[in-house]
Design a protein around this ligand. Structure first.
Ligand code: ZN
Length: 266
């Protein structure tokens, strides 16, 4: 899908549904994320910019001569050991890996700007989904949201996730969309959203999912119940259960350890 003559969304299969994601081709030789699957296989670019370290965003990084990522996520893109450590489920993590790890040639931080073929790409560090998760503002009016993905399922099931940071990052994106009149939002999974008001509304709905989970978790705890496996995160724990139960445990734990002081609901 062409956003304009220089910016093209390359959708992963099934609208970028996991285990794939959407990529954005900027000009002829820079791509954001490489999880769109076979459609990318024959592409060759100068630069790959990764939004974060998850497998569904880095799988075809080898199509780029060089790779750039946020300084806090670079190691997990380069190293199996760090990748495994962040998932925190031992060798079960091998189920997610059908690619080779490769080097990150440049790291970046919040606020850095790249000029590329007459376009600007501004880094917005938005931690929470991962420690180094970033969104990118392209040419001032377009935002790549990565895994602030506007689905009904905000996800924070790894060790380097932080649900309090996630909420603050969503608020930050919302503020920037409003202040700068951003009119196009490209999530890593699902459809592109057009119109400032629509983007803000969807960000609000996304936030609400997190607040509702928090409320239910605290209600279950008050009633003396273990919130894990009660449908608060996964309605039913999918197969393989070991893996998804582990994600659910981590996500519930994140509510209890990294959201505690912020649980006053709007
Ligand atoms: Zn992710």
């Amino acid at each position: 899908m062409e956003i304009n003559s220089k910016i093209k969304v390359i959708e992963g299969p099934s609208k970028g549904r996991y285990p794939h994601s959407n990529s954005v081709l900027i000009g002829k030789s820079l791509i954001i994320d490489t999880g769109a699957g076979d459609v990318l296989k024959d592409l060759k670019v100068e630069w790959v910019i990764n939004s974060h370290w998850h497998e569904d965003h880095i799988a075809l990084n080898k199509i780029g001569k060089r790779v750039a990522a946020h300084v806090l996520d670079a190691e997990a893109i380069e190293s199996y050991e760090e990748f495994k450590e962040r998932y925190g489920m031992g060798d079960l993590v091998n189920l997610f890996i059908n690619f080779e790890f490769g080097s990150v040639d440049r790291t970046f931080e919040d606020g850095e700007e790249f000029e590329f073929e007459g376009l600007t790409i501004e880094v917005l560090h938005t931690p929470g989904h991962s420690a180094g998760h970033c969104c990118f503002i392209i040419n001032e009016k377009i935002i790549f949201l990565a895994d602030i993905d506007l689905t009904s399922f905000p996800w924070y099931g790894c060790r380097d996730c932080h649900v309090g940071d996630f909420v603050r990052s969503i608020e930050k994106v919302k503020r920037i969309v409003q202040e700068r009149d951003i009119s196009t939002a490209i999530p890593s999974h699902g459809d592109v959203v057009f119109g400032k008001e629509n983007i803000v509304r969807k960000l609000d709905e996304y936030l609400r999912v997190i607040y509702e989970r928090d409320k239910k978790i605290r209600e279950l705890i008050s009633a003396g119940e273990d919130p894990v496996g009660k449908g608060v995160i996964y309605r039913r724990i999918p197969e393989p259960k070991d893996i998804f139960l582990n994600f659910e445990k981590i996500m519930v734990e994140k509510h209890l350890t990294t959201f505690q002081s912020e649980s006053s609901l709007p």
